[in-house]
Structure formats: C-alpha cells, structure tokens
Design a protein around this ligand. Structure first.
Ligand SMILES: O=C(O)CCC(=O)C(=O)O
Ligand SMILES: [Fe+2]
Length: 209
C-alpha cells in the first residue's frame, strides 16, 4: 500500500543498514525486575525501509482477543513465523545483530517477527503485555525496531504506579526485557496530534507472543 509519508530530509540519502549495538545501548531498570534498553537511530536509512515495507508487506486487518472480548485491531499486521523469510534483508541483519548482542543474556535466539503498521494517529494498540506464551511466566525479551514517523510507546506497571514514555520512529531500537511482559503493560496510544505512519518490527524468541 502507498502511504503519504514525508521522509526526513537528512535521512533520505542514508544507506539502509544497521549501526553498532555494544555500548551504544542504554539500559533503564524499571520496578519488579523489568528493564528497557534503548538504542536511538540504530537503523540507518530507516525511511527507505519504511517505504519498502509499506509497499511490499502483505498487510492484513485483523481481530484480536483482548481480555474476554474479540475486538477490531486498529492497525495493520503481518506476522513472520520462524521459518518464513523476512520481507527485507536488513531485517535478517538486524535479527542476527540482536542475537549477537543479546544471545548470551537471553539464552536463545530471536525467531519471529511481528510487523505492525500504524497508518495515522487513530491507529493504536491498547494496554497489554505480550503474554500469549512464555512471557506470562518467564523473563524474556521483545526487541522492537521502529521506522516511519515517531509514535509514543508507553509502559506502566501492572500493579499501578508511574508510566514511562518513549517516542519511537526513524530506526530507533527498544528492547523490553526481564519481567516486562508480565509485570508491566505497554501501549501505543491514539493521538489527536497530526501523526504520520509508523511501522514497528518486533523480534521475539520462540513461544513468546
Ligand atoms: O508498535 C509497537 O512498537 C508495539 C507493538 C506491540 O506491543 C505488540 O504488537 O505487541
Ligand atoms: Fe506488545
């Protein structure tokens, strides 16, 4: 699909690729054994990747169980299971690099890639943890690369307490780790501010969803 997307002028002639991780990654410890790693601008040429994915991924509108209801999902989705080729070679590079950086701490590789397309500020995802699977009982990691226009990813502790907010787009990497999926929730809230489209790519280990 073709999206009205204004690439940031500076990024237009950047080559598509990944930057280093290593000590460019900043970890923030949250309560209850959760943590967040942030690596702004990890992907170079992120606008190019946005355009490719927007055009070539077979996006689907879906419905999803949320608590005890089934609701329309206000965003487009495509899930790449572990045997399915990723839609762009740079995503395979990204997954390999994440495995190199996190492999020993995570104890297993990232295997699946969930892609979400937020077409504008009306698209969103409600408060949830990625608890379909092992995330409900075990520490794990979900690594998210964001391309396109920045949107807020907000996290709040399940037991109540202060939230944290990250504006993610243009090649930023965030990793939710530790107990984050079961002790915290995250959301991409709707926004009434003018907002361009964003695509997020979430890498997860097997059995985490
Ligand atoms: O768009 C994002 O970065 C978050 C998506 C998400 O939380 C999910 O699909 O489980
Ligand atoms: Fe999630």
């Amino acid at each position: 699909m073709k999206a009205a997307f204004q690439a940031s002028l500076l990024a237009l002639d950047e080559e598509l690729g990944i930057g280093p991780l290593g000590d460019t990654v900043r970890r923030t410890h949250l309560d209850h054994g959760a943590w967040i790693d942030l690596r702004p601008g990890w992907l170079t040429g992120a606008d190019t990747l946005f355009e490719r994915l927007a055009e070539h991924v077979p996006w689907r509108a879906e419905r999803r169980r949320m608590y005890d209801r089934v609701v329309d999902v206000p965003r487009l989705l495509k899930f790449y299971d572990e045997d399915e080729p990723l839609p762009d070679p740079v995503l395979a590079d990204a997954r390999r690099a994440l495995d190199g950086h996190y492999g020993s701490e995570l104890g297993e590789p990232f295997r699946t890639a969930g892609l979400c397309f937020y077409r504008d500020g009306r698209d969103s995802v409600a408060w949830h943890g990625d608890t379909i699977g092992r995330g409900s009982t075990e520490d794990t990691m979900v690594a998210i690369v964001s391309v396109g226009s920045p949107r807020a990813l907000v996290l709040r502790p399940r037991g109540g307490g202060g939230s944290v907010r990250y504006e993610l787009g243009h090649g930023d990497l965030i990793v939710m780790g530790g107990s984050c999926q079961r002790t915290w929730e995250h959301a991409i809230p709707k926004t009434s501010r003018p907002s361009g489209p964003r695509i997020s790519i979430q890498f997860r280990p097997r059995g985490v969803r």
